[in-house]
Unconditional design. Structure first.
Length: 124
C-alpha cells in the first residue's frame, strides 16, 4: 500500500470506527475531535480511494465508504516499518528508550513480561 499521511490516517480511523459511512458521516465523526472542512475531507477520501485504502459503493445518490485495510494489519505493518527504519529492526532499543525516560507504566511492563513469557513458551 502507498504511504498514508497523518490526515489521511485520521479519515481511515474514522471509517474503522464506523463503516460503511457516507462522506457526511465521516465529516461528522472527524468533527467530534477538531473542526474539519468538508472539502478537505472529501479530498482525503478521494486520495484514500486512489491508494486503495478505502472502497466505496454507490447507493442512490450517495456513496458509502468502507476500509479495504484492516486496522490491526495496518498497525502491524506500520509498526514494523517504524522499527526497521529507526531501530534497524530491533525492538529492545525502542523499549529501552521508553524505560530510560520513565515513559513505561506499570501496566506496560506487565504486558511486556506476559508477551515475553508467552513467546518463550511458544518458541521453546
Amino acid at each position: 500500500m502507498t504511504e498514508i499521511t497523518n490526515t489521511e490516517f485520521e479519515v481511515l480511523e474514522a471509517l474503522w470506527v464506523n463503516y460503511p459511512a457516507t462522506a457526511n458521516s465521516i465529516i461528522e465523526q472527524l468533527n467530534k475531535n477538531k473542526p474539519w472542512h468538508e472539502k478537505t475531507v472529501k479530498t482525503l477520501i478521494n486520495r484514500l480511494v486512489k491508494k486503495e485504502a478505502i472502497g466505496f459503493e454507490k447507493q442512490g445518490r450517495s456513496y458509502l465508504y468502507y476500509p479495504l485495510v484492516e486496522r490491526d494489519s495496518y498497525m502491524a505493518t506500520q509498526s514494523q516499518s517504524f522499527i526497521d527504519r529507526l531501530f534497524r529492526g530491533r525492538v529492545s532499543p525502542l523499549v529501552a528508550g521508553f524505560a530510560k525516560t520513565n515513559n513505561l507504566k506499570k501496566e506496560d511492563i506487565e504486558e511486556l513480561k506476559a508477551l515475553i513469557e508467552k513467546w518463550e513458551q511458544d518458541n521453546d
